[in-house]
Design a protein around this ligand. Structure first.
Ligand SMILES: C[S@@+](CC[C@H](N)C(=O)[O-])C[C@H]1O[C@@H](n2cnc3c(N)ncnc32)[C@H](O)[C@@H]1O
Length: 223
């Protein structure tokens, strides 16, 4: 998915991926990881997710990375959070102030972002980021995660799995076997939870799929 695809999505507000409330898996599983509050969390491809704020409320400093200016702006404005904006080379830094102190959203291409522009990070929250990308870009994404996160860093990686032949992505199907393959040998991957999205009678099936699961993984940078 090229940048133009995502800019068009934001421009036309085709943002079905956005959740207005905190992601249930984040609220349920993040505390089980016992990541110290001092850990600064990397949230790649963050959109305008309110999960940034939830992580901040747990005590973490947070850095999101997002291409679309309107998403960066909307995160702060829709949550009535004060901010200032600074240019940082090819990137724009949206810096939270007051109630949003400790949150930075870096506007620009995640895959090209140098470590010193992102700053030190010690934990990861990836929801609808890896699965937003076609295979070749997933490779880049995982290489960038390995480049940015130091040994011992932990986090959550949430994907979905479905028969890929039944629908074109995004979102793409990324089963646990692929998460393992792509992150090896830099990360260990522990499946925490699998939720059948179609199990409840009457559950919405907007893509008409024969199967759809949400998969929650704990990941640890091992070296
Ligand atoms: C499927 S959305 C998920 C957003 C967010 N994680 C959430 O849970 O709502 C993917 C987001 O990644 C952004 N994006 C896509 N490619 C990117 C890139 N190379 N660098 C930074 N952001 C990117 C898009 O603009 C979009 O907001």
């Amino acid at each position: 998915m090229e940048a133009s695809f995502w800019h068009a999505r934001w421009q036309s507000q085709q943002i079905g991926f956005h959740q207005t409330t905190v992601n249930e898996n984040l609220a349920r599983w993040w505390p089980t990881l016992e990541i110290p509050a001092e850990a600064r969390v990397l949230v790649p491809l963050c959109g305008k997710s309110v999960d940034l704020l939830w992580l901040r409320h747990q005590g973490h400093a947070v850095v999101g990375v997002e291409l679309a200016e309107s998403a960066c702006r909307a995160f702060f404005e829709e949550n009535a959070l004060p901010f200032r904006v600074e240019q940082s080379g090819a990137y724009v830094r949206w810096i939270g102030e007051g109630a949003a102190d400790g949150i930075v959203v870096l506007q620009g291409d995640f895959f090209a972002a140098p470590a010193d522009v992102i700053g030190p990070v010690h934990a990861l929250y990836d929801r609808a980021a890896l699965i937003a990308l076609p295979p070749a870009m997933r490779e880049l994404h995982c290489a960038q995660l390995a480049a940015l996160l130091p040994a011992g860093a932990r986090g959550l990686l949430v994907t979905i799995a479905y028969p890929q032949a039944e629908k074109a992505g995004p979102p793409f199907s990324v089963p646990t076997s692929e998460v393992r393959e792509r992150l090896a040998p830099d990360f260990s991957v522990t499946p925490l939870h699998e939720a059948d999205q179609l199990a409840t009678p009457g559950a919405p099936n907007r893509w008409g799929l024969s199967a759809l699961s949400e998969l929650v993984h704990a990941v640890t940078r091992t070296r």
